[in-house]
Ligand binder design. Structure first.
Ligand SMILES: [Zn+2]
Length: 419
């Protein structure tokens, strides 16, 4: 044990990825209690634990998911008609008991932690996941989901959200936010009310936006696949429809963090307010067969882009590192350093938690994930990490092992060796 005390230990492995600095070959990280005490190059300090052929990176940040849809894995594969998929989700939700919702949230949470997630942006029907996440071994923002295109429905949804905010505690690991669902399900009055409340109370906001061509057709022309869908649900009220995607981004401009989820059909040149982040969910995007996502153009303009998995209703798992690996394969010209930042620090910045987590930086929470590396000699450490397909992870959160190393064998197929 390190001479600095019983709660102090130093780890090393083949590559350390601080994210806030370039990768360190055989770098060391020293943990004191719940915090990162030092991040140093090889040779500065004798490690207590040598994890061998592994990457050590900050805990992953999943900027967008819906834990309460975790029971839908593989049950309604995304297809070309987005509204058909939405119908399946609505049917599923209406059939769930409170006990099933609780169980699905718990299952999604356990899966998230097993992949090494240390921060989660969870959109939650009725804010249901707040209680579970307040006791979880990760940090989170729980976004209360609001739906209401007709004005009266919007008013009811907003009152329910206000009551939830008043009765639910934000604490050291779980904060509260609001999620006006999407431009096809939220009227202009509700969006305005949410934006005002977020501004007054410095609440983060997450909203699905520019997700499908059908959504653009609805806003631009008041027609297309969404019209029969909204009629079926008894919520078709064209007077309340928001005018355009730009009207959404303008309305949410301000000082609170705003996550524009998907942005699949954002004009790459459009104005994105400085408090906004685009959250790209690569495998879900691909599963729906959308055209190329504008993330490279947005990044080139200095706009923050973070990664999310979306829910198990549209994605095979909740692993953000697999999203980054998927992008590395599809877009090999995008530097690995950018992809890994999107899976960690950019998400922490987007969710307003970057002072605590998202990088291996002195003073931040000791949140990290250990990923086995292939036995290959590859000069680019990012390529080594992103081309590997290993799902094994050891996970340290707030200085405590929640999976692997100090808690025994890892999940997955090729555990790193401790020496
Ligand atoms: Zn979503």
């Amino acid at each position: 044990m390190n001479e600095q005390g019983p709660h102090c230990f130093t780890l090393t492995g083949r590559w350390l990825f601080p994210i806030s600095a370039p990768p360190l070959a055989r770098g060391t990280i020293t943990v004191q209690g719940t915090r990162i005490q030092e991040v140093e190059p090889a040779g500065s300090r004798t490690p207590d634990i040598d994890l061998g052929n592994v990457a050590i990176l900050p805990g992953l940040v999943n900027a967008h998911t819906h834990l309460d849809l975790s029971g839908m894995r593989g049950r309604c594969p995304p297809g070309p008609d987005f509204t058909d998929w939405l119908r399946a989700v609505v049917r599923h939700r209406r059939g769930l008991s409170p006990e099933q919702i609780e169980a699905d949230i718990a299952a999604g949470l356990a899966e998230s932690i097993s992949h090494g997630t240390s921060l989660l942006g969870d959109i939650s029907g009725l804010g249901w996941s707040a209680r579970t996440l307040a006791a979880a071994s990760l940090r989170s923002v729980v976004f209360y989901e609001l739906l209401g295109l007709p004005e009266e429905r919007g008013r009811q949804a907003f009152e329910a959200a206000r009551a939830w905010l008043a009765s639910t505690r934000s604490d050291a690991r779980s904060r509260l936010g609001l999620s006006p669902h999407a431009p096809y399900s939220v009227g202009r009055s509700l969006l305005r009310a949410v934006a005002d409340r977020a501004h007054q109370s410095s609440l983060p906001v997450a909203m699905h936006v520019a997700e499908s061509l059908a959504e653009l057709e609805l806003l631009g022309h008041r027609r297309g696949l969404f019209v029969p869908f909204l009629r079926e649900l008894g919520v078709w009220e064209p007077r309340e429809l928001i005018d355009s995607i730009e009207a959404v981004t303008r309305c949410l401009a301000g000082s609170s963090p705003v996550l524009f989820v998907h942005g699949n059909y954002f004009d790459p040149a459009m104005d994105i307010p400085t408090n906004g982040t685009v959250v790209y969910c690569p495998r879900t995007h691909a599963a729906f067969g959308h055209g190329p996502h504008p993330f490279r153009e947005l990044l080139a303009r200095g706009i923050r882009v973070a990664l999310g998995t979306d829910s198990l209703a549209s994605n095979p798992d909740l692993d953000v590192l697999t999203e980054a690996r998927f992008l590395h394969e599809r877009y090999p010209a995008v530097p690995g350093s950018i992809l890994l930042r999107m899976a960690t620090l950019s998400g922490a910045e987007a969710l307003g938690w970057a002072d605590e987590t998202g990088s291996l930086s002195v003073g931040k929470s000791a949140d990290l994930v250990v990923v086995p590396l292939p036995d290959e000699d590859v000069p680019d450490p990012y390529a080594l990490l992103l081309t590997s397909s290993s799902s094994a992870r050891a996970v340290l959160w707030c200085g405590q092992w929640v999976q692997g190393v100090g808690r025994g064998p890892l999940g997955g197929s090729s555990p790193p060796r401790a020496s």
